[in-house]
Design a protein around this ligand. Structure first.
Ligand SMILES: Nc1ncnc2c1ncn2[C@@H]1O[C@H](COP(=O)(O)OP(=O)(O)OP(=O)(O)O)[C@@H](O)[C@H]1O
Ligand SMILES: [Mg+2]
Length: 294
């Protein structure tokens, strides 16, 4: 734990982002993370992206996880390349992006994303400019992370404008999510953490879990928590996965789909959520490079 704390201190010590002005109207860059694995991040990212696409938002998913149940599988996409091919100079970003339903675009991160730091300055500039173009073209960039507290995940959290943490009502998931919120607060990575409670038995259970976490945060941390909502435990989620189809498309009337639409509505339209965005300076990819190079 001491090692980990030291490593984090190293990562975030005296960090200054490049002073590149971002124009108005650029995408909201939202990272979805969790403490415990298997709580439903990928499922949430894919279904949120599809809903936002249905509502006319240009949505892009950056898949940074190499787990088994990946974004491409849930959307029945077969990407031939990944961001690593761009980093190595074999492909252009446009050749790596795959298009899913409702114009949702997916960028498969691939292993070795951190190879970005070994690019020469010319390659980096190219990647930064292509990626910035993408950021500007989209309305929402959703980043799906691996579970837990790796350096990569913390960098994605630090580089994004908004953070959604996912937990379930399980005590272990709550403890794990709290330990990440604590780090986010201690290192001032975000002033607000948005919370989704997945696999709840009722909306009341979601609220109870949120209140419990919120109480501890208010007592011990300097961070504000925003409840985006709960998603009920629903067999339709599993059924849709078996068909490689997002549940909001295959079972739009399911409880899980209704809950997820409520969350999408809060993200896009609720004043409290929209106003809690911490627009950071510089392009997202530039911020990542800075974090990884330190
Ligand atoms: N609301 C829900 N009801 C029922 N099952 C769900 C629900 N949400 C997710 N699941 C199931 O839980 C499993 C894990 O979901 P998912 O892969 O999205 O989690 P994850 O947090 O991305 O996992 P990892 O940490 O491995 O990346 C999947 O089998 C998914 O179908
Ligand atoms: Mg996942």
């Amino acid at each position: 734990m001491a090692d980990q704390a030291e490593r984090l201190r190293e990562i975030f010590r005296e960090r200054q982002f490049p002073k590149v002005n971002r124009n108005k109207g650029l995408s909201r860059i939202i990272v979805v993370a969790s403490g415990k694995g298997g709580v439903g991040k990928t499922s949430l990212v894919v279904n949120l992206a599809v809903i936002m696409g249905q509502w006319g938002q240009k949505t892009i998913i950056l898949d940074t996880d190499l787990g088994l149940a990946n974004v491409d599988i849930l959307m029945d996409l077969k990407p031939a390349f990944s961001l690593v091919d761009v980093i190595r100079g074999y492909k252009d970003l446009s050749e790596v992006i795959v298009k899913g339903t409702f114009n949702v675009e997916v960028i498969p991160g691939g292993s070795g994303l951190h190879e970005i730091i070994s690019m020469d300055s010319h390659q980096r500039e190219r990647l930064v400019s292509r990626f910035s173009y993408l950021e500007e073209r989209g309305d929402i960039l959703l980043i799906d992370c691996a579970a837990g507290l790796s350096r990569n995940v913390l960098s994605f959290i630090a580089a994004a404008d908004e953070l959604i943490m996912v937990t379930t009502p399980e005590p272990t998931a709550i403890t794990d999510v709290y330990s990440i919120i604590k780090i986010v607060s201690n290192y001032r990575l975000h002033s607000t953490v948005n919370l989704v409670v997945n696999m709840v038995r009722s909306s009341r259970e979601g609220e109870t879990v949120f209140k419990r976490i919120n109480n501890v945060c208010q007592n011990f941390l300097d961070i504000s928590m925003n409840f985006l909502g709960g998603i009920e435990f629903d067999q339709h989620v599993h059924k849709a996965v078996l068909n490689c189809s997002p549940y909001v498309l295959q079972f739009p009337r399911s409880r899980a789909a209704q809950c997820t639409r409520n969350i999408a509505r809060r993200i896009l339209f609720e004043e409290k959520t929209v106003n809690s965005v911490n627009k950071k300076e510089g392009s997202f990819i530039n911020r990542l490079i800075r974090l990884w190079s330190s």
